[in-house]
Ligand binder design. Sequence first.
Ligand code: F6R
Length: 246
Amino acid sequence: MELVIVDSYRELSLRAAAHVAALLRRKPNAVLGLATGSTPVGLYQELVRLHRQEGLDFSRVTTFNLDEYWGLPDDHPASYHRFMQENLFGLVNLRPENTHIPSGTAENVEAECERYEEAIRRAGGIDLQILGIGQNGHIGFNEPGTPFTSRTRVVDLTEDTRRANARFFPSLEEVPRRAVTMGIATIMEAREILLLASGKEKAAALAAAVEGEVTPEVPASVLQTHPRVTVLADRAAAAGTRRLAV
Ligand code: F6R
């Protein structure tokens, strides 16, 4: 695991975008795994800038998002479909048919999850998976206690996660109690992983993930067993780690 510590959220975003852009220049038909939430917003802004000002091309890129709230229609203001449309998909030349997000409203959810896994396989697997980390150490919506063998499925969100995400909803009551998420085994099949962490709220989870025991109680700790992981953290998020050096 390579741990890169930078001074600010802006630097984290620029470095993350440079990492993605280098891959797309090397492999224009790359398959990206994408995350939502606050952390990757700066990364997506910089990718949009690189597209508009430097011609970074997404026309052959395929994307798979980690997760979606269960029960939210695609056009709900807090859905991850909407988030991706507003932060990236609608702003670069990705082809809509090449972007994938689990459906939060499928009638047959098991079939939807299997279809999602199959679509990843058919695309040739994920080249680079972008991850954020929850304050409780979750990746995707794989909450503490999730088996490392888990695959795409519907999960219950913890109250911690619902509270942490309540800022995107009018009230805590409206935060969905369930989500569809790629599993830990699905995430671990990505050929490369870039984990982003920003802010002091993430310090304890990040320290446990990169330096603690590898345990399902800290889902992100599984990344210690992946051959190609870069952790990109700002100083506040890295404050709990012992390796406070670039
Ligand atoms: C989002 C996701 C989550 C977030 C995590 C951190 O697609 O899968 O694991 O990455 O909850 O969220 P933020 O960045 O909002 O702190």
